[in-house]
Design a binder for this molecule. Structure first.
Ligand code: ZN
Length: 134
């Protein structure tokens, strides 16, 4: 399956570097300790410019999802599930949900991250149901 190549900017380069290393990274304010997500250069609560980068567990739940029906999304015939994943750290990420039939997806379903290499060397995070939750 062909995917668009992520185009990192300075504020989210750490995230894509993490994906390349097989991990989900989050930004936490070093001033007040709150999760800074989506990532940005300044804390919206305490205005600190200092951050810590943390490795997320990769576990979470399905917060919401859609099954787009658009010819621009190539899926080799399998339905693509686009999910908003709520990580156990509290941040929400848009990703694909794999390994589950569309009619089995439920909000609140426990999921875990995995990483897939696509064409052109693009590596992306994906999620799948945690064992026993599908
Ligand atoms: Zn802060």
């Amino acid at each position: 399956m062909k995917r668009r190549v992520p185009l990192p900017v300075r504020d989210d380069q750490f995230f894509w570097d993490g994906v390349a290393q097989g991990e989900i990274r989050l930004q936490r304010c070093a001033g007040c300790g709150k999760l800074r997500h989506p990532p940005g250069p300044i804390c919206p609560w305490c205005h600190s410019l200092e951050v810590r980068i943390e490795r997320a567990s990769g576990r979470g739940t399905v917060y919401s999802y859609v099954i787009p029906r658009h010819t621009a999304i190539e899926s080799d015939g399998d339905p693509v599930i686009v999910a908003l994943i709520e990580l156990e750290e509290g941040a929400r990420l848009v990703s694909n949900l794999c390994g589950v039939a569309p009619d089995r997806v439920r909000n609140g379903m426990a999921v875990e991250v995995f990483f897939t290499e696509f064409e052109d060397g693009v590596r992306l995070h994906q999620f799948r149901p945690m064992e026993g939750s599908a």
